[in-house]
Design a protein around this ligand. Structure first.
Ligand code: DGJ
Length: 738
């Protein structure tokens, strides 16, 4: 719900459990008042609303109230070089060379339609929750001739508010945008809070840092051209001591897949300014008279019940209002991917052998990974040549028909944004790569990056990909991206627009996704960037699942998947059973399966090498997936162990929204002698008044154990099976019987 109070100057964005309040103050600055637990009458906040008293060093325009100096006010979207000395949300330069920004309130309106951004991911109303309200607030920098429209949408049922900004040049001269954040949120007096952000690397994605805020700016971001493995486009603030179930937490998540920036600044009055948006490094945008720039959307939530509720708000929001694939909410096919089985060393027969064994084990899709095109036998050639490597796989249509004849779907790997110098495409179009003239080029995995800021490049990729998908009848594609971006320069843009290349590139990536989705609405697309290097809410708008990490070791995956689940729904995480690569640590097949089951499930190994016992386990896992995967992917997710530490036992559970089923997974990471902590875990999200059967197919029906919901929720279950074995795991399935 949105309330506009106090003669149209006080704005109250109210969700089920939160209130977000801001005010157009008498000098037209958009002053942030409150973001916290829900209140009913925020107008009373203004009666005793205090502002820090500025010293003489605080500058402001002549005649403006002394206690409204911009440097001391919490604001909604701060200007630059006009009094607020903290991080600016908006910086632009006018033709006279001035970088001076000061946009003041003009008007606001509540609108019924949720605006969709052009060429960018935009959350939508959807069908599940209907209580979505929208507010558009217009600010104007009169001197620079720049209008800013701040867009707010309130998803009341999810406790989520989305935001973005549209910057329009309303002058008759050129304006150059240097920084345009998606959102800014200023909190008064939360300097004692902690900040949680993501860090990592290839094969070690989304580890968590939790540090107290300190005075000054604390920021993460990416200038890698994509989200990157190192930091994620999200930031969390939390009360000190906040846990999974207790304490105030706020999450800010950007729907963007390119260079991102997320920061918190603690100012001289202990205010905290949070900003999130496109990274201002490598960014500038030329706005001709009348032109607009739309920032990517971000969304934020506040939980008064710790990180667990915060994550569930975000998961619900993304599943209902962001992931638009028709596969969202549908059971995804269990897949087998040949990458770790064969790498580049395969032929049609090998792929069909894996598929045949897959069909026998009730696996539903074969994904042919890297190496099927051009003359690619290693990673040094052929990117861009998306036609069959005939010597290896013959005609793709024949192979696809062969897989389909087994009753399986067929998926194919592409790396659309890349080009090898040793390729027909490069020989035909050397000008299509990103590179700075007269500078040495940087290579990653021997490959270069196609200039996706050029529409003809995007169109070419569409033509060849759509041709292959249509001709062979491809059901799924894995969209990979295997290097960081450097040499950001487009031969197609003039010198004064080179700052636009990185963002235009991402718009090209989105455009190609859009074209493919339009042409093949049921195509299942899985995102990937050397594992989880482009795991972000922007990609999720186009595709429902992303390969979570190239690290398929089940023990290593525990931290990666827990960190990812902090923001993203588990149904979006590609997670596969791998072969026993780790010679030092034996991980039972069952455990590899149980860990992979906490995502979109599949296999990443040579199925033809499974022994009989492993085949039986695979059949059992596949059956289990069908029995409870709806609960895992669509239900409420609970982390039951502390994700900020590596625990000897890790546990999580999922409860169906209708409370008829719950799945508790427990994994023993390491065995220590005389363990301190009995592995007893509660099962949250049940109906306390119902009874639940602990389903175990190996136990005859009459002997199944039945527990009251309140006992499972409060006392829990002693997972005695796990006491003595390293890397042991167990999935406990509970089904309501009344
Ligand atoms: C990186 C991906 O993450 C892997 O799964 C695999 O597809 C390789 N690229 C292929 O080159």
């Amino acid at each position: 719900m949105i309330q506009v109070l106090c003669d149209g100057r006080l704005f109250h964005l109210q969700t089920k459990n939160t209130s977000y309040v801001f005010f157009a103050n008498p000098v037209g600055r958009l002053e942030h008042i409150y973001y916290g637990a829900r209140v009913e009458d925020p107008a009373t906040m203004l009666m005793r609303h205090g502002r820090p008293a500025p010293a003489s060093f605080c500058v402001m325009r002549k005649g403006e109230y002394s206690n409204m100096g911009p440097d001391v006010l919490p604001q909604e979207y701060a200007g630059f070089n006009s009094g607020d000395m903290r991080m600016a949300a908006l910086i632009f330069k006018t033709e006279d060379g001035a970088a001076w920004t000061d946009a003041r309130f003009v008007s606001a309106k509540v609108v019924t339609e949720k605006r969709a951004l052009h060429g960018l991911p935009s959350s939508f109303v959807g069908t599940k929750d209907t209580d979505v309200a929208n507010l558009e607030v217009t600010l104007l920098d009169e001197v620079g001739g720049v209008e800013v429209t701040l867009l707010y949408s309130v998803f009341a049922d999810n406790d989520v508010i989305s935001r973005s900004a549209i910057v329009k040049n309303v002058s008759d001269k050129i304006v150059r945008l240097e920084r345009a954040m998606s959102a800014q949120v200023d909190f008064a007096g939360k300097n004692h809070y902690e900040m949680v952000n993501f860090y990592g690397s290839w094969a070690r994605e989304r580890y968590l840092d939790r540090t107290p805020l300190r005075h000054g700016i604390q920021a993460t971001g990416s200038l890698r051209g994509a989200t990157g493995h190192v930091h994620s486009p999200a930031l969390i603030l939390c009360e000190p001591g906040a846990t999974e179930t207790m304490g105030e937490t706020f999450a800010f998540v950007l729907e963007y897949s390119g260079n991102h920036f997320e920061a918190a600044e603690v100012d001289q009055f202990d205010g905290v300014r949070v900003q999130i948006g496109i990274h201002p490094g490598l960014f500038s945008w030329k706005l001709n008279a009348g032109e607009s720039f739309e920032t990517p959307e971000m969304f934020m939530t506040r939980s008064g019940e710790g990180f667990g509720k915060m994550s569930r708000n975000l998961h619900d929001f993304m599943r209902s209002h962001l992931i638009r694939s028709p596969w969202n909410g549908k059971r995804r096919p269990i897949l087998v991917n040949n990458w770790e089985a064969t790498y580049f060393n395969f032929d049609t027969q090998k792929i069909l052998d894996i598929a045949k064994m897959g069909a026998k084990l009730n696996i539903e899709m074969l994904v042919l990974d890297d190496g099927w095109f051009g003359h690619r036998d290693d990673d040094k050639s052929s990117l861009g040549d998306w036609f069959e490597f005939k010597k290896k796989i013959g005609d793709m249509k024949d192979l696809a028909d062969g897989i389909h004849a087994l009753g399986m779907k067929f998926g194919l790997w592409f790396e659309p944004e890349m080009i090898s110098e040793d390729s027909e495409l490069y020989r035909a179009h050397p000008e299509w790569v990103l590179c700075v003239p007269n500078r040495p080029r940087c290579y990653g995995r021997t490959q270069l990056i196609l200039d996706f800021s050029r529409p003809e490049v995007v169109q070419h990729l569409y033509d060849v990909m759509a041709g292959m998908i249509g001709r062979a009848g491809i059901d799924y594609i894995k969209w990979d991206m295997n290097r960081n971006m450097s040499d950001v320069f487009s031969a197609a843009l003039p010198p004064d627009q080179q700052g636009e290349v990185a963002h235009r590139y991402i718009l090209g990536v989105y455009k190609l996704n859009e074209m493919l989705i339009e042409a093949f609405p049921n195509l299942l697309i899985e995102g990937c960037s050397g594992g989880g290097g482009r795991f972000d809410a922007g990609m999720m708008y186009y595709l429902p699942q992303i390969w979570c990490s190239d690290n398929t070791n089940a023990m290593d995956r525990l931290a990666i998947q827990a960190g990812t689940s902090l923001i993203y729904p588990v149904a979006s995480m590609g997670a596969h059973v791998n072969a026993q690569h780790d010679v030092a640590r034996f991980i039972p097949f069952e455990t590899r399966g149980n860990v992979a089951m906490a995502g979109t499930f599949g296999y990443e190994l040579d199925l033809t090498k499974l022994d009989e016992k492993e085949q039986e386990t695979a059949i059992r896992l596949n059956k289990a997936y069908h029995r409870y995967h709806d609960t895992i992917s669509e239900g409420d997710y609970y982390r039951l162990t502390d994700m900020f530490h590596e625990n000897d036992v890790e546990a999580w559970s999922c409860a169906a929204k209708d409370k008829k089923q719950a799945v508790l997974t427990v994994v023993r990471r390491t065995k220590i002698g005389n363990i301190k902590r009995v592995p007893r875990f509660t099962v949250p999200g049940l109906d306390p008044a119902k009874h639940y059967c602990l389903v175990d197919d190996a136990v005859e029906a009459a002997k199944q154990q039945v527990f009251p919901g309140d006992v499972l929720m409060n006392y829990g279950l002693w997972c005695s099976e796990l006491e003595f074995r390293d890397c042991a795991s167990k999935v406990y399935l509970f089904e309501a019987i009344d």
